[in-house]
Design a protein around this ligand. Structure first.
Ligand code: SF4
Ligand code: MG
Length: 312
């Protein structure tokens, strides 16, 4: 598989008053074409910020992001190979769909970034109808408003909207987190099918390890702005290396066979860890003196890497 996206030492800082807060620190991540890369971590770990840099909503403060071999951000501008190439689906279909717009208008909206001819072609009635059917909705419902649909149906509308421009890559940020479990499974299956049919590439952001396991080929675990471990999904589930990854996996529901011994977070540290320490120090059951200096991210194999002194 060829590389579609390459993050190289990407930082993102925000200013809170005069203070700068680092939301993403030194992110290195490769996304292969046709793969599903899962980004997992608790809320505030930086995963949404990382995703937003790929859709033009946030600009990296440092480092570079390559997309199909060219920089995605250049001179503070977001540059895609073509309009509509990159799309997104967010968590809450309730708030991401404009309640005053009809479904038809919602789905067609992304086409406004395109030229007249392409807009006509891609927005034809025929295409709209087949897209509605493909995502599991009735073509007769194109004139309805979002409130007339269930949460799952609204998310199907959001998926149709993302597909209208024929993207190659979609950022899915907690796309099923607001849905009931049974509806969630249906939407996940739809996303899987669409990926295979259209050879899409996904960045799949979630705090739910079961969902991540079901969807992803590669997983990157984020903690406090850093990617602390990344690698092939199977590797991470079989032999997680970072203590945080181990804890995430130990709390998975038992539908997953090989369950290691349950780990839990450590009681608060007695020493003040200071600015230089490993970001996980306060909660790590394995912390030691060396951890007062942050570990570098090191490769274990070509595809699997981790940032932890236990691997030294
Ligand atoms: Fe825990 Fe130390 Fe590894 Fe950080 S570097 S995760 S504190 S063992
Ligand atoms: Mg988020």
């Amino acid at each position: 598989m060829s590389t579609l996206i390459d993050f190289h030492s990407v930082d993102k800082s925000f200013y809170k008053g005069k203070e700068s807060v680092k939301a993403v620190i030194g992110a290195n991540l490769t996304v292969k074409k046709g793969s599903v890369v899962g980004l997992v971590g608790e809320s505030g770990s930086g995963k949404s910020t990382l995703g937003k840099m790929l859709i033009g909503l946030e600009m990296p403060s440092e480092g570079s992001i390559q997309y199909a071999g060219a920089p995605l951000w250049k001179n503070k501008k977001f540059i895609r190979p073509r309009p509509g190439e990159i799309q997104s689906v967010f968590q809450d279909p309730q708030s991401s769909l404009d309640p005053r717009m009809r479904v038809k208008e919602i789905i067609l909206e992304p086409l406004f970034a395109l030229g007249t001819r392409e807009r006509k072609e891609k927005g034809s009635r025929e295409r709209l109808t087949s897209l509605m059917k493909r995502v599991g909705l009735k073509a007769e419902h194109l004139d309805r408003y979002p409130h007339e649909f269930s949460g799952g149906q609204r998310q199907r509308i959001a998926i149709a909207r993302a597909l209208i421009t024929d993207p190659s890559f979609i950022v899915l940020d907690e796309p099923t987190s607001a849905l009931d479990v049974s509806v969630q499974a249906q939407v996940l299956n739809l996303l899987k099918e669409l990926k295979n049919e259209r050879n899409l590439t996904y960045l799949f952001i979630s705090h739910n390890m079961s969902v991540i396991r079901y969807m992803c080929d590669v997983i990157a675990v984020m903690y406090k702005g850093r990617i602390v471990e990344s690698g092939p999904a199977r590797k991470l589930f079989e032999s997680p290396r970072h203590p945080y990854t181990k804890i995430l996996l130990s709390s998975l529901p038992s539908i997953f066979e090989k369950k290691g011994p349950a780990l839990s977070f450590a009681p608060p540290a007695e020493v003040d860890s200071g600015e230089e320490a490993c970001g996980f120090f306060e909660r790590c059951p394995f912390r030691m003196e060396a951890c007062l200096k942050a570990p570098a991210f090191e490769s274990i194999t070509e595809e699997h890497g981790v940032a932890c002194h236990l691997e030294g």
